[in-house]
Design a binder for this molecule. Structure first.
Ligand SMILES: CC(C)(COP(=O)(O)OP(=O)(O)OC[C@H]1O[C@@H](n2cnc3c(N)ncnc32)[C@H](O)[C@@H]1OP(=O)(O)O)[C@@H](O)C(=O)NCCC(=O)NCCS
Length: 158
């Protein structure tokens, strides 16, 4: 397995990792997923991965796939480890694995106001394909659009 930045490692996320995963989620997302959301992903057989640095959980990523399409359902990096290249590395790994599995498309949704994530996705080669008006709740119980993004896999990613 190739190490990532700062010696990070990526491995399968299991039910015994849910406590640190929930902590990362709660610290980084405006409306965090619940324990049952994560359990559902594990039970559904989604690709759930945990990044560790020196054995400590620092980030996770969850993807589902249907036929030749991958869907990025969630990715988060614990605040102290943000902006150190971990998400870029994890997503490049996911894209390479999807490519190797013969997938041709990867989809995701992101909050309109999530500047950091939108910049990361655009940098990797995702393009905006549409919007879902008012799809997300905000912390103040208002609504925010989801921006739908897509990438053709197979040489497309950077
Ligand atoms: C979005 C997120 C996953 C990015 O993770 P990260 O490991 O910090 O990102 P990286 O260090 O790999 O950044 C790669 C590039 O993304 C962009 N980026 C990342 N964070 C940014 C920020 N705060 N502001 C502006 N651009 C940012 C930059 O282009 C960056 O490259 P650079 O550092 O060379 O300029 C992280 O901020 C996070 O966990 N946010 C909360 C959860 C979330 O929003 N998840 C996405 C849901 S769709």
């Amino acid at each position: 397995m190739t190490d990532g930045p700062w010696g990070a490692r990526l491995r399968a996320l299991t039910s015994t990792d849910l406590e640190p995963v929930l902590a990362i989620e709660a610290a980084s997302q405006p409306t965090p997923w619940t324990l049952s959301n994560f359990r559902d992903c594990l039970h559904s057989g989604y690709r759930c991965q945990l990044a560790t640095v020196d054995g400590e959980p620092v980030a996770f990523m969850i993807l589902s796939s249907v036929l030749d399409e991958s869907h990025l359902l969630n990715i988060a990096v614990t605040p102290a480890w943000q902006r150190r290249g971990l998400a870029r590395w994890m997503l490049r790994r996911a894209l390479a694995e999807a490519d190797a599995a013969g997938h041709s498309l990867m989809f995701l949704e992101v909050r309109d106001g999530n500047r950091a994530a939108r910049r990361l996705y655009a940098e990797l080669g995702f393009v905006e394909t549409g919007r879902r008006k008012g799809y997300y709740r905000t912390r103040s119980e208002e609504r925010e659009d989801a921006v739908l993004m897509m990438m053709e896999i197979g040489g497309g990613h950077k």
